[in-house]
Design a protein around this ligand. Structure first.
Ligand SMILES: NC(=O)c1ccc[n+]([C@@H]2O[C@H](COP(=O)([O-])OP(=O)(O)OC[C@H]3O[C@@H](n4cnc5c(N)ncnc54)[C@H](OP(=O)(O)O)[C@@H]3O)[C@@H](O)[C@H]2O)c1
Length: 343
């Protein structure tokens, strides 16, 4: 079996660390693993499958000869290195939003649009974490009964904002409980014991960029440019796993029983839905798991063709590292990694 020279750019971050875990867990066929980050981390050693690997500063020479690059260093880092790595012959799977809406760049969730991988020109974008879990849950229903409209409210964990954000919430929680003022840097206001209806920047439309991403990325992934979508994205004081209240309007009525049956057989989905036993998805249960958990499936009383549901998934795994590695697996399976140099 072919083995690949793999590079993680952003290896010291939350998503980078999850990349390492998932690559090892899934036994991804690697001949070599390079770990890159900023100059601040150069020389650090990270354990990968019981072996120590040194982190190196991301500079152009470090990408020479690498075949698959997993990028989680943010937009600027991605704009700087992803096109260069792709031109050098690697396939880049990028977690940032830098290239997601570029018509030349496929935006992929393997359970939904794996065929889009085939038209990549070296960069494949990994969607926003909240978008991924929503489309994994909705696409199987959409195939049976076209979705006309989605209204989604998110409850996004602090890990979605990176390592520094987790530290900030931990410190704030201790400070607040001990009666000290909470200081905020990663977030605009205190996040401990609070909620912030602001993720990414505000746009002229009044939506935030995170909400815009959910709307536009869902349309691109599902090949549904006309789909009506509205989103409100909220940061909540949960460490890991994003939750979503999703209200869907279909072309025709769909019963909760039919939706449960379809989703029970859908890839990447686990139905956790039994109100009689108080069974419903929760972030602490989704954290560390691969599946998108779906529950509270019920008729939306406000529309004859409407369903409401509650969707929860680990934002670092399915929302980031796992989805990106599933893309890389699909690239490898289709033999799409150029060998021996430039594409
Ligand atoms: N967290 C999530 O749930 C999630 C989900 C989907 C997508 N994403 C996206 O994934 C990316 C990373 O997120 P994260 O949560 O892992 O953030 P993070 O914990 O803050 O980690 C950022 C990583 O980027 C590296 N980095 C920063 N500046 C760099 C530079 N100039 N050159 C090279 N490397 C640099 C950091 O290295 P140092 O340690 O050396 O600073 C670190 O490894 C972002 O684009 C984010 O939007 C995150």
């Amino acid at each position: 079996m072919k083995r690949y020279d793999v590079t993680i750019l952003g290896a010291t971050g939350l998503v980078g660390q999850e990349f390492i875990k998932v690559l090892v867990e899934r036994n991804f066929p690697m001949s070599n693993l390079r770990l890159l980050a900023s100059d601040r981390s150069a020389g650090k050693r990270i354990s990968v499958d019981h072996k120590e690997v040194e982190v190196r500063e991301a500079v152009p020479e470090e990408f020479q000869g690498t075949e698959i690059v997993l990028v989680s260093g943010g937009n600027d880092v991605s704009r700087r290195f992803s096109p260069m790595a792709a031109q050098g012959g690697a396939v880049v799977v990028d977690n940032s939003s830098a290239f997601r809406m570029d018509p030349e760049v496929p935006l992929v969730v393997p359970e939904v649009n794996p065929e889009d991988i085939g038209r990549n020109k070296g960069i494949i974008a990994n969607p926003n974490c909240s978008t991924i879990q929503m489309v994994v849950a909705l696409y199987p229903l959409h195939k049976v009964n076209p979705i006309r409209r989605i209204v989604v409210d998110t409850y996004q964990s602090v890990s979605g904002a990176g390592l520094a954000a987790i530290e900030e919430m931990r410190t704030q929680a201790r400070d607040v409980l001990d009666g000290r003022p909470a200081r905020s840097q990663a977030f605009p206001y205190q996040i401990a014991f609070n909620l912030l209806p602001e993720i990414d920047v505000f746009l002229d439309s009044g939506y935030t960029k995170e909400e815009w991403k959910m709307i536009e990325e869902t349309r691109k992934i599902m090949h549904a440019p006309e789909m009506a979508i509205s989103a409100t994205c909220v940061r909540v004081p949960v460490l890991v796993a994003h939750s979503e209240a999703v209200h869907v309007e279909f072309a025709h009525p769909m019963s909760p029983e039919e939706a449960r049956q379809i989703l029970s057989g859908a890839p990447g989905v686990k139905v956790v839905d039994d109100p009689s036993r108080r069974l419903y998805p929760q972030p602490w249960d989704a954290a560390g798991r691969d599946d998108v958990l779906v529950g509270r499936i019920r008729r939306d009383n406000s529309h004859p063709n409407g369903l409401a549901m509650w969707v929860v998934a680990d934002n670092l795994r399915k929302g980031a590292a796992l989805n990106a590695i599933q893309i890389a697996e699909e690239v490898a399976r289709r033999g799409l990694v150029p060998t021996g140099g430039r594409r």
